[in-house]
Design a protein around this ligand. Structure first.
Ligand code: AMP
Length: 289
């Protein structure tokens, strides 16, 4: 891959705004894909959608410290900038925004975005402060880039819901697109964190997808009791001897509140640690209701 086909890389907000000013003057529609790098096909599916729908695509690559808890993997999070830029070149991305921490959180930074109830359960409960960090960085990226459209993955279902809430509540002038989960051939949801897994762990991690498939199948067969479904999912997951379940949740897809009975499309969401790598996945359970 030659350097010339790579996106332009900018590291400061001033350069970013300067570069985008001419795009905006020409009336170009700008799409933003926020990422933390270590790009895989899941990220690239968002990038391709942005390329198809916009005149100019900006991909941000920033491992946002404020969304990691003190015991989490900020220090070891995979950083693969050169390979990322090659992957973005392959998609024809125009601009990569790769800021350093001081550019994003200047001295004295003290403003944080708190989204209410949809940020509280599931990931919000397991990772206190996580969505405050996410909402803050996403709002900052929206303000820095000024894109018309931003692209997110359903892989982080709750994150997309939190951002949608923020966009509505704060009247942000941006459209959101949420793209389907991209999986490996065997069903494992693609994730930058999959790189932490050993070969054996990678195999055992398939229990997440299998449990979601089972949940879908049970609902298709007429099972309507969320507790029964969650128990059956748990039984699949615990066949992996080192699996540690953070949650298995059957919830309303809009509010994330637990459902008492499955009478409409329901979100099955789970977070499980395999070899101490925390993996999340989800699936909308649908049937003829
Ligand atoms: P991350 O780099 O993990 O912050 O992810 C950046 C964006 O890519 C988020 O909107 C994620 O939801 C999305 N994403 C990550 N993995 C996948 C996947 N397997 N399929 C679709 N989108 C994904």
């Amino acid at each position: 891959m030659t350097d010339s086909s790579r996106p332009k890389v900018v590291t400061t907000v001033a350069e970013l705004r300067d570069t985008l000013a001419s795009v905006r003057r020409a009336g170009g529609k700008i799409g933003l894909v926020p990422t933390m790098g270590a790009l895989h096909e899941g990220h690239l599916s968002l990038v391709r959608r942005a390329k198809a729908e916009c005149d100019y695509t900006v991909v941000s690559i920033y491992v946002n410290p404020s969304q990691f808890g003190p015991q989490e993997d900020l220090g070891s999070y995979p950083r693969t900038l050169e390979a990322d830029l090659d992957a973005l070149a392959g998609c024809g991305v125009e601009l990569a925004f790769v800021p350093v921490d001081q550019e994003v959180y200047g001295q004295g930074h003290a403003t944080w975005v708190e989204v209410g109830s949809v940020a509280e359960p599931l990931e919000g409960q397991c990772r206190p402060g996580h969505f405050c960090g996410v909402a803050t960085i996403v709002l900052k990226l929206f303000n820095m880039v000024g894109a018309e459209v931003a692209y997110f993955g359903q892989k982080d279902y709750q994150q997309a819901l939190v951002i949608r809430r923020m966009v509505e509540d704060l009247d942000l002038p941006i459209e959101l697109r949420v793209c389907p989960i991209v999986r490996e051939a065997d069903g494992l949801a693609m994730s930058s964190r999959n790189a932490y897994l050993s070969l054996g762990g990678r195999q055992r991690a398939l229990v997440l997808y299998r449990s979601l498939q089972l949940a879908s199948e049970l609902v298709r067969q007429g099972q309507r009791d969320p507790r029964t479904i969650a128990e059956r999912m748990r039984a699949v997951i615990t066949t992996a001897e080192d699996a540690r379940i953070d949650y298995i949740a059957l919830v309303d897809p809009d509010t994330l509140e637990p459902v008492g009975r499955i009478t409409s499309p329901t979100l099955a969401a789970l977070a499980v640690r395999i070899e101490n790598t925390r993996l999340i996945d989800n699936c909308l359970l649908n049937a003829e209701f």
